[in-house]
Design a protein around this ligand. Structure first.
Ligand code: ATP
Ligand code: MG
Length: 430
């Protein structure tokens, strides 16, 4: 029976292993193969005079990254990885890899991100790349567990929709029988409708589609969003849930992913401390004004350069709160005493925005007014507005980018590294 490579020890006796040929070296009288599975690497030593003809033929025929099954006794040896080697009685080539390889898995030759993404199936064979997706999986687990324990109901909202969430133009149109339809840019309207449905605490982890022609290291055209919405609460409370979620997720990765963090060569993984500072938008702009050359003024979006300058000043995760109503969506609630600002927030990593949220406007007539103020037609939002006329509780929520969360957690240079098969302006395959 096959044994995971990490479990093979000199005490194993005779072992059967399956995996990929990481390396083959022929030194004349002696040949070596390194065999890799997702748990580790083992040296297979072939003393040519002592092994069968069939084994010799297999060593000669096999190429790097082929899938093989190898059986034989395991011996202790100092110089080999894991302090043991296997001397083969049998080598079966299960699947021969073509040569040359489109990508060097053993990382002796470094490759451009584009080349890596074109051959993602080979790229992910590298332990340091596999580690990113194992950590992403652990983080997703921690988030699901945290929200479940906090009493949230996991929902699934439609990705094929008839109307835009925010009336922007960044939508992918699709053919939907004889109707016009789009890929949804956010579950926003649906999670709010679930507040009218009495669910009180919902969350969804799912795809969002943005047809923006970005070409940056932090934008994708298909991203994964972690979204929550909570009834009978306000923006302060959902900010506390968000910072708690971030801390829990980092803690879980810190506790359970030491092997993966080592594979990525992260030896200073730091769990952020809550509470994160709350920085009013007006103060954030003042910091940016002092630190960046491009002109920026109250009422502008926080540009990438401003984001980085303010991030450097803040040093860790923080919130930007109390945004001008004009630059936030119609569904954000405005302050009673100063409607020019609203109860919206962004949660920031020093490098970039990770999340946007707000207390929502739950009063039907005010919401209609705010939709119109944004130059949108309330009639096209009737499916969304209708629930607000039949008992809508006050509510608040946020959306957190899962890809950016992983990117910033692991210090990756490009969000595409945190996504298996990224979709961008130039990439639709694989
Ligand atoms: P940005 O200003 O950085 O483009 P945004 O304000 O347009 O982001 P939101 O609509 O607020 O994004 O979405 C909430 C979160 O979802 C963002 O903070 C981000 O983490 C993630 N997100 C949104 N759009 C993208 C995208 N195109 N690629 C990757 N992540 C995204
Ligand atoms: Mg945002």
């Amino acid at each position: 029976m096959r044994i995971p490579i990490q479990n093979v020890t000199p005490e194993t006796g005779t072992a059967e292993i399956c995996g990929w040929v990481h390396e083959v070296r022929d030194l004349g009288g002696l040949a070596f193969m390194l065999i890799r599975d997702r748990t580790g690497i083992i040296q297979v030593t072939i003393p040519k005079k002592k092994v069968s003809e069939a084994v010799l033929a297999a060593v000669k025929a096999v190429s790097r990254e082929s899938v093989v099954r190898v059986c034989g006794p395991v011996k202790a040896i100092d110089k080999a990885p894991g302090g043991r080697e296997l001397v083969p009685e049998l080598i079966e080539i299960i699947s021969l890899a073509e040569t040359p390889l489109p990508l060097d898995v053993s990382e002796k030759v470094s490759a451009e991100l584009d080349t890596r993404l074109d051959a993602r199936f080979l790229d992910v064979r590298r332990p340091r790349v596999a580690a990113v997706f194992e950590i992403r999986s652990a983080a997703t687990f921690a988030i699901n567990e945290f929200l479940h324990n906090e009493g949230f109901t996991n929902i699934t909202s439609p990705k094929i929709v008839a109307a835009a969430t925010e009336g922007g133009t960044e939508l992918f149109p699709i053919a939907y029988f004889d109707k016009e339809a789009f890929l949804n840019q956010s579950p926003q309207l649906y999670k709010q409708m679930m507040m009218a449905a009495g669910c009180e605490k919902v969350y969804e982890i799912g795809p969002i589609f943005r047809a923006e022609e970005h070409n940056t290291t932090k934008h994708l055209n298909e991203a994964t969003s972690i979204d929550i919405e909570v009834s009978f609460t306000d923006h302060h409370e959902v900010m506390r849930i968000l910072e708690k979620l971030i801390v829990k997720t980092y803690e879980y990765v810190d506790k359970t992913c030491s092997v993966q963090l080592a594979n990525i060569e992260i030896d200073d993984f730091a769990v952020p401390k809550a509470p994160f500072p709350r920085l009013p938008y007006a103060e954030a702009i003042e910091i940016a004004k002092k630190k960046i050359e491009d002109p920026i003024k109250y009422g502008d979006d926080v540009s990438p350069a401003a984001e980085r300058a303010i991030g450097a000043e803040m040093g860790g995760h923080y919130f930007i709160v109390d945004w001008p109503s004009e630059i936030r969506p119609y569904y954000a609630m405005q302050y009673e005493d100063d409607p020019s600002i609203c109860k919206a927030f962004d949660m920031m990593h020093p490098r970039m925005e990770l999340s946007s949220g707000a207390q929502r406007e739950h009063r039907h007539d005010i919401l209609v007014k705010q939709i119109a103020q944004k130059g949108l037609n309330p009639e096209s939002f009737e499916f969304y507005l209708r629930p607000f006329r039949y008992g809508m509780p006050p509510h608040a929520g946020w959306g957190l980018g899962a890809d950016r969360l992983v990117m910033t957690m692991l210090g990756l240079g490009n969000v595409r590294e945190a996504v298996l098969f990224p979709r961008d302006l130039h990439r639709l395959v694989p």
